[in-house]
Design a protein around this ligand. Structure first.
Ligand code: DGJ
Length: 737
């Protein structure tokens, strides 16, 4: 077997305990305990007398490490007939009859697998990150699974995945190949998961998990999260609350089909099996090759959802999202002001608008390419990435130059994974398209998906991006869209169709890796007809994501609220558009809660509206550092209150920004009681003022309130929101005492 990592020390504690619970009667003597700890949490495994790896615990870290071995003895839930209900990475075909993490057919056709513990090693990667590798092996077949746990100590995040390998005489058929298995002991588990569609992203549902299996999954292939994103949370014991209670957040780092099985068993324990979806994806693993699963990340908090999301947001900024602690560009996008209808003159005037608005960048959206089949609507042109000569006779280069001369940056939209049948590309390379040759083509937004399993296609996509940058060194931003799902999945390139969905995502990552090797810091927006592909597998290559085409600010308050459980504000691109009925100020204030952009016809704005937008950009530039790099606190939910309220506090607790929005239009709605702030220093005093007022209006908050952090967090502060002040941004600045 290949030695995968040079790992240093062995971490495990030999313990013995006399009293065991009813479950696992064979594990009563010597066991090896494997605690995987972060600052506040522990995931604990034990090697039983049966030599299998069992899961003891996932929860708050105990100060006395050795007491983990007392945990199982406290549970009396009934008989575990199989004695393997709690194994960490359950296989099928042996004693385990619950949902497996792995199912295989060996080279000789046998379908059994029973993984036994071989060794555990850990390596301290840096001050914060530790990698634990646990090797499991079948005793009958030369088949191994190496489980990895990468812990991020300070932020309490764990990434886990598996390497699967064998030395059998032929290929082993892989029917299921999850990233991990978790076994949670308890009685009540509340699951929060999300559903959606175009313009309806991140709609939450919370349910008590009942016996049997609940599966969260996607089979859509490319725009994989259109109906369901891979993020979820499990509240232990009782429903999740913002500032109290035990909660686990989980997500697959995978930009394709995923599957999370949540199985509540006869002992009332919950088995969580997350991984790449095995739907239509059985494949043969040749001898001596290695299959690495997608990473599954989770974080545990015993201080509620707020703490869990701050952990995850900080982890994402420090470790995952590209340039997560860096800067971002504010922008003007032309999609909603022009759609496909523009020419050089129009774009020139939009460059001027960009400048006059005061944002950093102009983003040219869909419609700039295609000559044999001009991209004048969404029926043609995808795949032909040459500037349309009629619309842009001087090409992209002249626009980039013009923008640069004006002191404005220039960005461009691409949808490089896709092809319209009405395109040169489709005619030149019919073999590059995913489709069933003998069946009628079926389109999503009039387009088909290119076969990214094919290195020639990967190369083509890399070259689209590379050529744009080489020909336009001033190009400063890419919006990477992906509007179609994969129908009629079939690849001419694949010798095993079962690999298609997996290799598609790997092919996409190969391209993104190549782009990042050459252009490490160029900001790129991850878009998929809105939020159809938001996941941490992709976000390591992107600086931000597009949450939804639905930019109605009222809708966005709910959506951004839900995204904020899992993703930081710096990565959440929000644009001011003409969606919704709210006043301009409301729309701008909502977009400020992340990475601000505009997508409105600036030339149509009245003078006061334009003044307001310009002043908003100036105001935003003053507070953006707190929003992007600070900690976020959800104060008052839009789901249960007239006024939604969110707050960002910088790391030194010197400055806070508090966003407040009226979300109920009924008579008399408003902030009748103070809203308790969070995250401040109780011993400091803060001066409170309102910012981003519409020209000609005055605030009922005079700016002379100086209150202690203690007061603001215990009693709260009333932003005085009502129908006449439906959106209020407050700033709290620490004052010298
Ligand atoms: C879908 C995206 O979500 C929109 O923002 C826009 O870029 C269109 N595609 C363009 O076709």
């Amino acid at each position: 077997m290949p030695v995968l990592c040079m790992l240093l020390s062995v971490v495990s504690v030999k313990v013995s305990f006399a009293q065991n619970g009813d479950n696992g009667k064979n594990r009563t003597e010597s066991v090896q305990l494997i605690p995987i700890e972060t600052a506040h949490s522990a995931t604990v495994f034990e090697v039983g007398k049966d030599n299998r790896l069992h899961m003891v615990y996932l929860g708050s870290k105990l100060p006395e490490n050795k007491e983990y071995n007392q945990i199982i003895g406290q549970y009396r839930q009934g008989t575990d007939y199989s004695e393997v209900s709690d194994v960490v990475y359950p296989a099928s075909g042996s004693q385990n009859l619950f949902e497996p993490a792995i199912s295989v057919r060996h080279a000789d056709g046998n379908q059994s697998l029973d993984l036994k513990f071989v060794s555990v090693q850990t390596k301290q990667m840096d001050k914060d990150i530790k990698l634990t590798e646990i090797i499991l092996k079948d005793e009958v077949y030369p088949f191994e699974v190496h489980l990895f746990y990468k812990t991020y100590f300070a932020t309490d995040v764990v990434e886990t995945w598996a390497d699967i390998m064998h030395e059998e005489k032929g290929s082993v058929r892989m029917d299921k190949f999850a990233s991990a298995g978790l076994y949670l002991r308890g009685s009540k588990f509340w699951l929060t998961h999300y559903h959606g569609d175009w313009a309806k992203e991140m709609r939450p549902e919370q349910t008590l998990i009942t016996h049997g299996i609940k599966t969260l999954d996607s089979k859509l292939g490319s725009r994989a999260d259109l109906f369901q994103p891979p993020v979820f949370m499990i509240a232990l014991g009782q429903k999740a609350r913002e500032d109290a209670g035990k909660v686990i957040y989980g997500s697959l780092e995978w930009s394709g089909n995923f599957r999370v099985d949540l199985e509540l068993d006869n002992l009332n324990n919950l088995r969580v099996i997350p991984g790449i979806n095995n739907y239509a994806s059985s494949f043969d693993l040749p001898k001596d090759s290695l299959f690495t699963t997608a990473k599954f990340l989770y974080t545990f908090s015993d201080r509620g959802q707020g703490q869990a999301s701050r952990q995850l947001q900080r982890w994402a900024r420090d470790n995952k999202i590209l340039d997560g602690n860096g800067q971002r560009l504010t922008l003007l996008n032309n999609w909603e002001s022009t759609y496909f209808d523009f020419n050089e003159d129009k774009l020139r005037s939009l460059l001027k608008d960009t400048k006059s608005l005061g944002v950093d960048l102009f983003l040219l959206d869909d419609g700039w390419f295609g000559n044999s089949y001009p991209r004048n609507n969404d029926h043609a042109g995808l795949g032909d990435w040459q500037a349309n000569r009629k619309k842009l006779p001087n090409g992209i280069a002249s626009l980039v130059k013009e923008a640069t001369n004006m002191g404005v940056k220039f960005g461009i939209w691409l949808e490089p994974e896709m092809v319209n049948p009405k395109s040169d590309l489709y005619h030149q390379h019919p073999d590059w398209v995913l489709k069933q040759a003998k069946r009628p083509e079926y389109y999503f937004r009039n387009q088909l998906v290119l076969d990214l399993t094919n290195p020639a296609v990967q190369d083509f996509i890399f070259r689209i991006v590379d050529t744009l940058f080489t020909q336009n060194p001033g190009l400063a931003y890419i919006k990477w869209d992906c509007n179609a799902v994969i129908y009629n999945a079939y690849s001419l390139h694949e010798s095993q169709q079962g690999r298609l969905y997996i290799d598609y995502v790997q092919g996409l990552y190969n391209v993104l890796k190549r782009i990042r090797a050459k252009y490490p810091k160029i900001p790129m927006m991850l878009c998929s007809g809105g939020g159809g592909r938001v996941d941490y597998g992709a976000l390591q290559y992107f600086t931000e994501f597009w949450p939804s085409d639905n930019t109605d600010p009222l809708e966005r308050i709910y959506m951004q609220w839900e995204y904020s459980y899992f993703y930081p504000a710096i990565a959440t691109a929000n644009h001011v558009t003409n969606w919704g009925k709210q006043p301009l100020k409301y729309r701008v204030d909502v977009a400020m809660m992340g990475k601000l952009g505009f997508d409105i016809p600036v030339h149509d704005l009245s003078a006061p509206d334009l003044n307001f937008c310009q002043a908003s950009v100036v105001n935003y530039n003053k507070i953006k550092d707190i929003i992007w790099h600070g900690d976020q606190y959800r104060l008052q939910s839009p789901w249960t209150n007239d006024v939604a309220s969110l707050m960002y506090v910088d790391r030194d607790k010197m400055h806070g920004v508090i966003f407040n929005y009226l979300v109920n239009a009924r008579y008399g709605s408003g902030s009748h009681t103070p809203i308790k702030w969070k995250g401040l220093d109780p011993n400091r005093k803060y001066r409170i003022r309102e910012i981003n007022l519409y020209p000609g209006t005055t605030s009922t908050i005079k700016g002379d309130d100086v209150l202690s952090g203690d007061f603001l967090m215990t009693i709260g502060y009333n932003p005085k929101v009502d129908a006449s002040r439906s959106s209020v941004i407050l700033v709290a600045d620490a004052v010298q005492s």
